[in-house]
Design a protein around this ligand. Structure first.
Ligand code: SAJ
Length: 412
């Protein structure tokens, strides 16, 4: 078996390296020549445990090769991004581009797996795009078991920071178009996966992936709404959640400054855009979570009013989209810091242990400085906790005396 993994990001790279570790010959393809160059040099561009060791092992034993062009292979995995368009629908152009470059390489017997999170009906579109370029081949949505090429939608479920262990241990949905498509995809994932491989038709697999992330978004929205209710009523939400979660069938999630990252803040919109009139909770949850940074800004503004001196020093603890990662994509913490950076009364002391430099839009702002935790807390009038990184949880409470605190993560 030789597998070509197209898109070497948070999903594609760990998948490619696990396949290579387990005896599969892998071609890793990415359209960024910078990514290809650094991987060839043995450097990983993603912060994720075990990746660097797996990369050097696979490069050294010749099981993986990197390129910016798609070669021939017996199996292909597409793991390119599906960003969101301004109208909240999915932008499928990366998948379409891959289909167009891959089509000339396809031959009878090949297996193509789509892993990118996609709206319902995308695998069918993949078949259409391939068929347009390769009318000489038969595809399974049209031809069923007589098809020349096998197609499956097999979404991933890994949590950033735990990619390798979750890729190995999580159960996986195998959305093959036919039974033989499912079997071929299962054979591939069995090379490294230890979880159950569960067959489903492609549309069920596509819908299931969206439903998983939407379930989490809706539950976070409930926690966020509960927090707003508690703040308005002068009640400690964290104590409420602790008590409520003692019920055997209740598990309220954590309120926060908003929902970030590239999955939970995006995927529910793909579900919503299928049928907005029906997906009412989905749309409302997204709106509640998207409005959360504005609510935090109001709380900080109330604290600023209490300080007499100018400038007001605000220690902003955390900028990543969630704890213990360096990922700033769609980060509500970053959004909040950016808004505060426009306020001429403030000096922002940003503490983000997982980054070395501020994002470019903040670098030339004299009101914003990336600094260390102790210095920031010492100087600040207001401590704004935006991310529950472990090292913030470990802060000695004594050094907070006399400070105004806005704790969006309930860490203290
Ligand atoms: N968050 C809260 N409160 C919570 C939990 C999370 O505010 O109680 C926030 C986080 O701070 C973060 C955002 O939600 O800003 C998303 O974080 P997350 O840990 O919930 O999820 P992701 O985006 O890192 O990964 C999710 C996972 N999906 C589910 O848990 C259903 C992961 O399993 C998926 O593989 C991943 O999306 C993906 O790639 O789709």
């Amino acid at each position: 078996m030789d597998v070509c993994v197209i898109g070497l990001g948070y999903i594609g790279l760990p998948t490619a390296l696990l396949l290579a570790k387990n005896g599969v010959k892998v071609h890793g393809v990415d359209n960024s020549s910078t990514v290809v160059r650094s991987l060839r040099a043995g450097e990983v561009h993603i912060k994720e445990p075990f990746l660097a060791d797996l990369l050097s092992e696979s490069v050294n034993n010749g099981m993986i090769k990197f390129s910016d062009e798609i070669p021939q292979a017996s199996s292909f995995i597409i793991s390119v991004p599906t960003p969101i368009l301004p109208d909240k629908t999915a932008d499928l152009h990366f998948i379409k581009n891959v289909c167009e470059s891959l089509a000339p390489k396809l031959k009878r017997g090949d297996l193509l797996i789509l892993e990118s999170t996609s709206p319902v009906g995308t695998l069918r579109k993949v078949e259409k795009w391939l068929r347009q370029r390769r009318p000489d081949l038969c595809f399974p949505f049209e031809e069923g078991t007589n098809a020349d090429v096998k197609l499956a939608y097999c979404p991933e479920r890994i949590l950033p920071g735990f990619a390798i262990e979750e890729l190995v241990s999580n159960d996986r949905i195998i959305g093959g178009v036919t039974g033989s498509c499912c079997e071929a995809a299962k054979k591939l994932y069995r090379s490294f996966g230890k979880g159950k491989l569960v067959s489903a038709v492609p549309e069920v697999a596509e819908m299931s992936k969206l439903a998983e992330n939407t379930f989490r978004d809706v539950n976070i929205a409930f926690a966020n709404e509960l927090e707003s209710l508690c703040i308005n009523a002068g009640i400690n939400v964290w104590e409420v959640i602790r008590l409520v979660n003692k019920h055997p069938r209740v598990n309220v999630l954590n309120p926060g400054p908003g929902v970030g990252g590239h999955c939970i803040s995006v995927d529910p919109w793909f579900l919503h855009s299928m049928d907005p009139d029906t997906a009412r909770i989905v749309g409302l949850a997204r709106t509640i979570n998207d409005n959360k940074p504005i609510e935090v800004l109001r709380r900080v503004s109330d604290l600023i009013e209490k300080i007499d001196s100018q400038p007001v020093f605000v220690a902003c603890l955390g900028m990543a989209f969630k704890k213990n990662v360096d990922d700033l994509r769609n980060s509500p913490a970053k959004q909040i810091i950016e808004s505060l950076s426009d306020d001429p009364r403030l000096q922002l002391l940003v503490v983000e242990p997982f980054i070395k430099n501020l994002p470019s839009d903040l670098q030339n702002n004299s009101r914003v400085r990336l600094t260390n935790k102790d210095g920031a807390i010492n100087k600040a009038h207001i401590i704004l906790i935006l991310v529950d990184h472990d090292q913030f949880i470990a802060i000695d409470q004594k050094i907070l005396e006399g400070k105004l605190i806005c704790d969006t993560r309930g860490i203290w």
